[in-house]
Design a protein around this ligand. Structure first.
Ligand code: P6P
Length: 331
């Protein structure tokens, strides 16, 4: 019997990718599979979020006698729980943890990758049923295998990312990840409980007609940023802003557009976190053909000094970024 498999699951896809790297150990495939597993658990809980009121408010005990956790912490626990017991991750850093966490069992200590993530970005949007997401970033550790992780493992410049991606919990649940080979999107098929390849080889259009910014901060922007926003308005571009980074950037990567979270008077360093929000999206955006800067420097070249440091963030279609930079960095 010939089985006609036109659908590729995430596992099948990552294993096929191994053919491009004969020396590969399969550890990255394992790591991506485990992130996908955690994402499925988070997805299940996020989809019930609206029912929390029935099941008991966050922090209370629901009618099954279980504590109802904040979804951010639930997502964080799921990712740590899966990665701690996989064979490919030596340690993690998370938006939800003050410091990094080095897994202390022998197998983890002999793993070559470390992970950073924002377990549930945009979680303030949960109670209005707006799309939210998980963002992740994967590096080779720089510390010696067999020993505990060190801070430098997590403070690498973004250009050293081995993979980066996000899960968007929206009208459908998608896992999108990039390696240097390309960006690929997988949609969760609830009927088989697998992420299946739905958006192969994602590229960001060189131009777009969408600009994404919180206009409420307009008066706090620099004159140059204001000029760029006004140029978008003069060209009748559409302003689209969900206030959920994963949703806003996913749309702009697919359709073309530019995302701006500039420095403001209140937040001179910007709001978004370099390590687990901006670096992963900068990597994905560049592999997809777009660009990402802090206004003066390529995001992936910034040398981090702290786990939770913030940065101004501009990312999007190449031609739109060129126009922005011509205003921000006059020759
Ligand atoms: P503001 C969500 O809190 C978040 O971190 C990103 O997901 C989003 O892009 C940004 O902040 C929204 O920030 O200040 O416009 O509400």
């Amino acid at each position: 019997m010939i089985v006609n498999r036109t659908v590729l699951t995430l596992d099948e896809f990552t294993i096929r990718q191994l053919r491009n790297f004969p020396q590969a150990t399969g550890e990255l495939s394992n790591l991506l599979r485990d992130i996908g597993l955690a994402a499925k658990c988070v997805n299940d809980e996020v989809n019930k979020a609206g029912l929390v009121v029935i099941l008991g408010e966050t922090g209370s005990i629901n009618n099954q006698g279980e504590e109802v956790k904040k979804l951010d912490l639930f997502a964080n626990d799921q990712l740590i729980g899966v990665l701690r017991h996989c064979i490919s991750c030596a340690g993690i850093a998370s938006e939800e943890l003050e410091d990094f966490l080095s897994f202390d069992d022998v197998v983890s200590r002999n793993s070559k990758y470390i992970c950073l993530f924002d377990p549930l970005n945009g979680s303030a949007n949960i109670d209005t049923n707006i799309s939210i997401g998980t963002i992740f970033s994967v590096y080779r550790r720089v510390s010696e295998k067999g020993k505990a992780c060190i801070l430098e493992d997590f403070l690498q410049t973004g250009i050293h990312q081995i993979a980066a991606g996000y899960i968007i919990y929206g009208s459908s649940t998608m896992l999108v990840y990039a390696t240097r080979l390309g960006v690929n999107g997988f949609t969760l098929d609830p009927s088989i409980g697998e992420f299946t390849l739905s958006h192969p080889d994602i590229t960001c259009p060189d131009s777009g007609k969408i600009y994404t910014v919180n206009h409420g901060n307009f008066l706090q922007f620099s004159e140059e940023v204001k000029k760029y926003i006004e140029s978008c308005q003069q060209q009748s571009f559409s302003e689209r802003y969900v206030g959920s980074m994963v949703a806003d950037l996913h749309r702009n990567i697919i359709k073309g557009g530019i995302f701006l979270y500039p420095a403001t008077i209140d937040k001179p360093e910007g709001k978004l976190r370099l390590l687990y929000e901006c670096n992963p999206f900068a990597f994905i955006m560049e592999v997809a053909g777009g660009r990402a800067t802090n206004g003066s420097q390529r995001i992936l070249d910034i040398r981090p000094t702290a786990l939770h440091e913030r940065t101004p963030f501009f990312a999007g279609s190449k031609n739109m970024m060129d126009t922005l930079e011509s205003l921000l960095l006059p020759s």
